[in-house]
Ligand binder design. Structure first.
Ligand code: PXG
Length: 293
């Protein structure tokens, strides 16, 4: 089946959905996006994703010309037109084309909006059963004071550079540190450790993307009466954690069992990680607007 994409008010065949080479999303990474997932005929945390999209846009002074309700309808309609009930969705707003090639964003009258959806390429189940290995990247996470990691912008080079380091080490993920050496997040996932029955994740202000999966996992943990703490930690804490996992829309909850050659605890996904993975799997089926009635 050929896929259909939404682009600026129209639904077009994948092959026909094309944006301009003058679009600032392409020229400068000047835009914002969301990666969203549909499970079981529902769009998981759609409202939260759309809120975050508008917050990212606000931070870069990009005025999205449609309201949040309309944006939600675009996501749902894209899924319907593709007959998808389980999917990965990419919702993107760029600053559009400028009237000239200058950097000045005031010369961009019309943002480009597009939405694409595709069946999901799941990670192999062995990664969830056995956990993954990660390395800390030498590439530091973007500075809050330069390009805030809280903005989910189209400029992901910082993360791509860290991912290249993971590739060079033949491991699936890289963990990024802040300028002063605190653990921030992985290249497209947030990070958690468990230590003495406490679940610890870095606070958003350290300079991370505040993940929707992260926030969901914190809520689910509290339901299980697990103490949840947002605090700074270092590589040392990571190496000596009882458990470690990553969270993200694509990865969901991914156990980490080795970092920089240090085996975490006994090298197997831990009990708290497993409880949260199970709860999360059930929870995703119960949230979000329905795609088909
Ligand atoms: N940190 C960063 C830097 C991210 O890009 C997350 C954390 C997790 O956030 P959510 O809201 O998804 O729990 C992300 C997620 C992908 C992919 O296909 C994921 C993201 C960006 C690009 C690609 O895995 N964002």
């Amino acid at each position: 089946m050929s896929l259909v994409a939404y682009l600026d008010g129209q639904f077009l065949k994948k092959e026909e959905a094309r944006i301009s080479v003058f679009d600032r999303g392409v020229l400068y990474g000047d835009g914002v996006f969301e990666g969203i997932r549909a499970y079981n005929n529902r769009v998981f945390k759609l409202e939260q994703h759309i809120d975050r999209l508008y917050e990212s846009a606000k931070a870069i002074l990009l005025k999205i010309p449609i309201d949040k309700k309309e944006m939600a309808q675009i996501v749902l309609e894209t899924l319907r037109r593709n007959n998808l009930r389980e999917a990965y969705i990419r919702l993107v707003v760029t600053r559009g084309e400028g009237t000239d090639l200058s950097l000045d964003p005031r010369k961009c009258p019309k943002p480009t909006i597009f939405c694409i959806a595709a069946p999901l390429a799941l990670f192999p189940s062995s990664l969830y059963e056995d956990g993954i290995e990660a390395v800390t990247a030498s590439t530091r996470r973007n500075l809050n004071e330069a390009t805030s990691p809280r903005i989910k912008s189209l400029n992901y080079l910082n993360n791509v550079l860290a991912k290249i380091e993971a590739n060079l080490c033949n491991v699936p993920e890289a963990i990024m540190l802040s300028q002063d050496g605190y653990v921030t997040e992985a290249t497209g996932e947030n990070i958690f450790i468990v230590k003495k029955n406490r679940l610890i994740t870095p606070p958003a202000h350290i300079g991370i993307l505040e993940g929707i999966t992260r926030n969901t996992v914190m809520d689910l943990a509290r339901e299980e009466n697990i103490v949840v703490q947002e605090s700074l930690f270092t590589q040392f804490d990571l190496y000596n954690a009882d458990e470690c996992f990553l969270t993200g829309t694509a990865a969901e909850i991914m156990p980490v069992v080795k970092v920089d050659g240090r085996i975490i605890n006994d090298g197997k996904p831990g009990p708290t990680t497993k409880i949260l993975m199970k709860k999360f799997k059930q929870y995703v089926l119960t949230d979000g607007p329905f795609i088909f009635e």
